[in-house]
Design a protein around this ligand. Structure first.
Ligand SMILES: Cc1cc2nc3c(=O)[nH]c(=O)nc-3n(C[C@H](O)[C@H](O)[C@H](O)COP(=O)(O)OP(=O)(O)OC[C@H]3O[C@@H](n4cnc5c(N)ncnc54)[C@H](O)[C@@H]3O)c2cc1C
Length: 510
């Protein structure tokens, strides 16, 4: 990790507050873009206690962009799905995941150990001399200046709490649920109404216990709802609802935990790695950006973990934001581009929060049959849930495909297109597209990865699927828009130009 002298006062392009999974992902993306970045993290070491245990293929594709997907996936077992069962063990709702490679060119769902992932992301930052990390300092004050932001940081040691200042053009608060950046923005928080205490128990099995299975099981038991999750190797997790009348400390005692686990495990079968009571929330900051301050990850939104999507949403924030910051800092777009960040991401993450709340209501329901009917309009036993990938909110282009997550093209040399393209815009073109569009060389010279259906059959498949002659894909892998005529494509390219999408050279690190 590049060490920064606390007295170093040279202004950075971006200061990131917090080096959790979201801050680390954003720092990698901005590092790839060649921006000067400083990350300030309060803790000395990676948080040892995992919270997130699941991520999906979209998130793995972001890790692919950063160049760490293979390293991450090797320790992340495939997740075959989630089953909701009632207290008689009857299946209420099934959410299966196919083990096949999906549209993102990865399997669709994984379990992982959060400290391992964070280590990979932190180590990857060492590749970038333009990214510095300062640990054991916390941001205690934020002042917006005319041309940037000044952060006051304080050493965490009680004996030596000296303060220093750091300046940056933009500050991104990846500083979690109690975000100091969000407080500094005076952003109001919308509460979508879910608030429950759950006990989280992580164990290491002493020996394999195959009957626990690989599926995530949601025990829909109004008296004591619970979740079982398979982790990598011998790691297993239980999340168990805590009654209002129960004391967090008492329920976390060894005796109480083993009593609660007795349905699945005997003390001789596993070692408890950690026990903690969390309050699950459903919160959304009403403001994500303003005065050169931005929020990403838990600082902007929090959701109950029933879909395993809280961190995933934060990683999507990072992917959406990084290229926009690059475009603004390099002067290829005005700051107004940053307003599209909240406009696109807020409704997207709200969809996940609301779905997670619905699942929470099903898990908690006294009458699960009625809940299933009410929430999913489906009957017991037959109910199946499908993975949803909502479009982004209000998009830059009025186009039927704008804001959809683009599938990844497999090239004829068996390389994935993102590995060839890097973190930049991609234009997929029909071989016979009218020739009077800006010449291909000009597009490539302006930072777009252009590829035709003549060169790659995978391109034709996507063009056919979207009934289009051209697909413009943004660096975050969402579709800017599709076109069928020269005029439509020129309009798309003009919009891309106005939004700084033509000048991004985030080189591939694969
Ligand atoms: C029980 C549980 C299970 C979950 N399961 C899943 C799951 O399966 N899948 C999933 O996607 N999500 C899951 N989540 C959600 C996920 O854990 C979070 O969304 C994710 O960790 C948030 O990442 P972050 O980087 O935004 O914030 P954090 O991980 O909270 O990181 C914030 C960082 O900022 C630092 N910081 C804070 N304030 C300051 C300051 N003033 N100065 C300097 N540094 C500061 C902190 O030390 C910390 O390192 C789960 C959550 C819980 C509680």
């Amino acid at each position: 990790m590049t060490a920064v002298e606390p007295q170093d006062e040279s202004p950075r392009d971006v200061a990131i507050v917090g080096l959790g999974p979201v801050g680390a992902t954003l720092a990698n993306l901005l590092g790839m873009c060649g921006l000067s970045v400083v990350v300030i993290e309060r803790e000395k070491n990676i948080h040892k206690l995992p919270r997130a245990v699941h991520f999906d293929d979209e998130v793995l594709r972001v890790f692919q962009t950063i160049g760490v997907a293979d390293e991450v996936v090797v320790n992340s077992p495939f997740n075959p799905g989630m089953r909701f069962v009632n207290n008689h063990g009857h299946l209420l709702l099934d959410w299966p995941r196919s083990p096949d490679i999906g549209e993102q060119l990865w399997q669709t769902s994984f379990h992982f150990h959060q400290p391992d992932l964070e280590l990979v992301l932190r180590n990857a930052l060492k590749r970038f001399p333009n990214v510095s990390v300062i640990t054991q300092r916390q941001v205690v004050a934020i002042t917006t200046l005319n041309d940037g932001v000044e952060l006051t940081t304080q050493h965490i040691s009680a004996d030596n709490p000296d303060t220093t200042t750091i300046r940056a053009k933009y500050v991104v608060g990846c500083d979690g649920a109690r975000s100091v950046v969000r407080q500094s923005m005076k952003a109001e928080v919308l509460d979508l109404g879910f608030r429950e205490r759950w006990l989280v128990v992580d164990v290491l099995l002493n020996e394999n216990k195959a009957e626990l299975g690989d599926y995530t099981i949601q025990y829909c038991d109004a008296d004591r709802p619970a979740t079982y999750v398979r982790g990598p190797l011998n790691r297993r997790r239980w999340e168990i609802a805590v009654h209002d009348s129960e004391d967090s400390e008492k329920i976390s005692s060894g005796e109480s935990v083993w009593k609660l686990l007795s349905r699945w495990l005997k003390p001789s079968e596993a070692t408890i790695e950690r026990v903690a009571v969390y309050t699950f929330h459903s919160l959304l900051s009403k403001q994500w950006c303003g005065d050169r301050l931005l929020l990403a990850g838990d600082s902007a939104h929090q959701m109950p973990p029933f879909m395993g999507q809280g961190m995933c949403a934060g990683i999507r924030d990072a992917a959406n934001l990084a290229w926009k910051l690059k475009a603004c800092i390099d002067g290829h777009s005005s700051d107004r581009l940053l307003d599209t960040y909240q406009a696109e991401r807020y409704p997207h993450v709200r969809h996940y929060i609301e779905t997670a709340i619905q699942l929470g209501n099903l898990i908690n329901a006294c009458d699960s049959k009625q809940a299933l009917q009410h929430v999913f309009n489906q009957g017991v036993g037959s109910a199946k849930m499908k993975t949803t990938t909502p479009p982004l909110g209000q998009c830059m282009v009025d186009n039927i495909h704008a804001g959809l997550l683009a599938p990844q093209v497999l090239l004829t040399n068996q390389r994935k297109i993102d590995d060839e393209a890097g973190y930049c815009s991609v234009l997929l073109l029909a071989a016979d597209f009218p020739v009077d569009i800006p010449p291909r060389e000009l597009l490539i010279g302006s930072g777009i990865f252009v590829i035709t259906s003549e060169e790659q059959s995978g391109v034709q498949k996507l063009l056919t699927r979207y009934k289009s002659n051209a697909i413009f894909i943004r660096p975050d892998r969402y579709i800017l828009g599709t076109a069928n005529t020269t005029d439509e494509l020129i309009e798309l390219i003009d919009i891309a130009h106005a939004n700084g999408l033509l000048a991004l050279h985030g080189k591939s690190v694969a």
